[in-house]
Design a protein around this ligand. Sequence first.
Ligand code: IMP
Ligand code: MG
Length: 187
Amino acid sequence: MSSEATTAKGDPGPILIPSNDLEACIADLGSRITNDYQGRAPLLVGVLKGAFMFMADLARAIELPVEFDFMAVSSYGSSTRTSGVVRIVKDLDLDLAGRDVILVEDIIDSGLTLNYLRKNLAARNPDSLEVCALLVRKGRQHEDLDLRYVGFEIPPDFVVGYGLDVGERYRQLPHICQYQPNSNTQK
Ligand code: IMP
Ligand code: MG
């Protein structure tokens, strides 16, 4: 049945950004990065776990010899709110000194996580440090975050899919969905 089909992968709510829009946007971000970093080999730093899918697709849209590293952070607070107190759960393997670093984030909400990470990475003396965020939640940031590359600005609703989770679920969805806890039976 069609209702079964639309929830076959566990979509928890209406689709906000379909996969073809993600693809087109990421192709565009990739070509902007390719142009901006001509002659250089940027180091993409992905913030686990949410950015893993975006990072994989973004890297394939960049026509430069990119390198990869990952960090994992956890912020204290409830599952749908960040507290701004960030703990590094996995640190980078590579030295950032002299590198052109692009911090790759899934979503900027309050911007507290990003603020912390930017200061932390800047203290490691990279040649340059820019941010590439797939999603920015409109009107939630209280300081200017200086985001060089942004995919989509989204409304206040919590979202999942394409790497983003709630309680570790829905990361595998190929699109970004609104999260409506009651719209799908919790298995
Ligand atoms: P911030 O510190 O408030 O900017 O929160 C950023 C982090 O909170 C992101 O890296 C995500 O891990 C998480 N987050 C914020 N909004 C959402 C959402 O709508 N879905 C899933 N995770 C989210
Ligand atoms: Mg997260």
